[in-house]
Design a protein around this ligand. Structure first.
Ligand code: AMP
Length: 197
């Protein structure tokens, strides 16, 4: 039986240089709400992060923001007060990441900068090491993540990553595919777990 309640979205504090990123984030946020799924995110009041939370609230969904004290002036969670149902504030970056990873049932990565990439790679490594086994969906809109796909192929080709470890993430091209893909991945993980019992 799949248990999907909270989806963590990792994405940029900036908007990027095309409106597609914000528009897609807003749509994803709305889709989460329409599917009765709670959004967990980094509590940002700027960029793509802001758009995803706005989308969820627009759809009447629940939003939990997780941040650290140091980021209050930079990522402006205060701007999102009316868009967050809960704000968790930690002192250290690693504690924030652990909290986001533990409370969420699945993850979706949207375009972003170094912080987004760091979060995505950390999740991939946790999965590769068998420490965490939750779906990680990468939304490849506007070909944003196509070079990442190419990099993964190169890492496999040159013998640094086992082919099946490339499957730690699942790429989708359309925002409408994110939630169905999360559900399909959860089913797959449940079947694999059953087979190993
Ligand atoms: P960015 O993609 O750089 O715009 O950042 C997106 C989110 O990632 C923001 O909430 C950042 O606080 C967060 N972030 C930045 N650096 C790190 C890091 N080293 N580890 C975890 N999260 C980070």
């Amino acid at each position: 039986m799949i248990n999907l309640k909270k989806v963590c979205v990792f994405c940029g504090t900036k908007t990027g240089n095309t409106p597609i990123y914000e528009e897609t984030a807003r749509k994803l946020g709305l889709l989460l709400a329409q599917n009765q799924l709670e959004l967990v995110y980094g509590a940002g009041g700027t960029g793509v992060m802001k758009a995803v939370a706005e989308g969820t609230k627009m759809g009447g969904g629940r939003v939990t923001g997780i941040t650290i004290q140091h980021l209050f002036d930079i990522e402006r969670p205060d701007l999102m007060k009316s868009n967050m149902d809960e704000l968790k504030v930690y002192q250290r970056m690693f504690a924030r990441k652990v909290a986001m990873t533990e409370v969420s049932d699945a993850f979706c990565v949207l375009p972003g900068g170094l912080g987004t990439m760091d979060e995505m790679f950390e999740l991939m490594v946790l999965k590769q090491l068998g420490i965490m086994n939750k779906p990680i969906i990468v939304l490849n809109i506007n070909d944003f993540f196509s070079d990442l796909k190419a990099l993964l192929h190169q890492l496999i080709r040159d013998g640094f990553v086992k082919p099946h470890h490339a499957e730690t993430i699942t790429f989708v091209s359309h925002v409408e595919d994110v939630i169905p893909t999360i559900r399909a991945e959860l089913e797959k993980i449940a079947c694999q777990t059953e087979q190993t019992l």
